[in-house]
Write a protein that binds this ligand. Structure first.
Ligand code: AP5
Ligand code: MG
Length: 195
């Protein structure tokens, strides 16, 4: 099963993917985590991506699409995957569909949007900045990430809505409460698609 998690910074994509992993047993692909790892190791990609991440801007589509394509070709992705933070532009969504077709894989089954108020998103990110010090959780960068989400990623919601694959879920409440809502939806889609 291929599940896309598509929602703003701090909405709980990573938190819920870690739970979904246990339910579905398919790999968790977070483009943000992959990029942060490349920054940490100082690879060429990391050197280029670091400044985009730091400014709260999206890394160029061609770089991201190449990164995801390589990962999707690996064997553990044959039965599906959890896509966290990808696709986040319409060209990325189109490239994903094209790549899955080229690989002879199933298409995206469901795109989950976690709905969280702006106040709660900010509260979570401020708390994470305090506890973990993630570089892009500074106040200025968080504002920029929210703007980028509205401008560049919201159209991807429409892309999946038009395909009848978008499911919006209340992302407020505890992580366990949110997961219970996600589980109900994913089980519905999983049984509809035989997975
Ligand atoms: P990315 O790493 O994807 O960051 P993001 O989308 O901004 O989202 P976050 O990781 O901040 O939030 P999340 O939704 O995963 O929430 P989480 O579970 O952590 O991207 C970072 C950057 O990389 C981008 O800005 C861009 O530069 C680049 N990039 C990545 N993908 C790209 C792409 N496809 N194209 C181009 N560029 C790309 O939760 C947040 C916090 O809240 C945590 O501390 C968590 O413990 C807490 N929390 C979670 N759920 C709850 C709950 N229910 N109640 C209370 N606290 C909660
Ligand atoms: Mg995340």
């Amino acid at each position: 099963m291929i599940v896309v998690l598509l929602s703003p910074p701090g909405s709980g994509k990573g938190t819920q993917c870690r739970r979904l992993l246990g339910l579905l047993g398919v790999p968790h692909l977070s483009t943000g985590a992959m990029l942060r790892e490349s920054v940490r190791t100082g690879s060429e990609m990391g050197k280029m991506a670091g400044s985009f991440i730091q400014q709260g801007k999206l890394v160029p589509d061609d770089v991201i699409v190449t990164l995801v394509k390589q990962r999707l070709q690996e064997r553990d992705c044959e039965a599906g995957c959890l896509l966290d933070g990808f696709p986040r532009t319409v060209p990325q969504a189109v490239a994903l569909d094209r790549e899955l077709k080229a690989l002879g894989r199933r298409q995206v089954d469901v795109a989950l949007e976690l709905r969280v108020t702006l106040e709660e998103l900010i509260r979570r990110l401020v708390e994470r900045a305090r506890q973990e010090g993630r570089q892009d959780d500074s106040a200025d960068t968080v504002v920029r990430r929210m703007e980028v989400y509205d401008l560049q990623t919201k159209p991807v919601l429409e892309y999946y809505r038009e395909q009848g694959k978008l499911v919006s879920i209340d992302g407020m409440g505890s992580a366990d409460e949110v997961f219970a809502r996600i589980e109900t939806q994913v089980r519905k889609y999983g049984s509809a698609t035989g997975n």
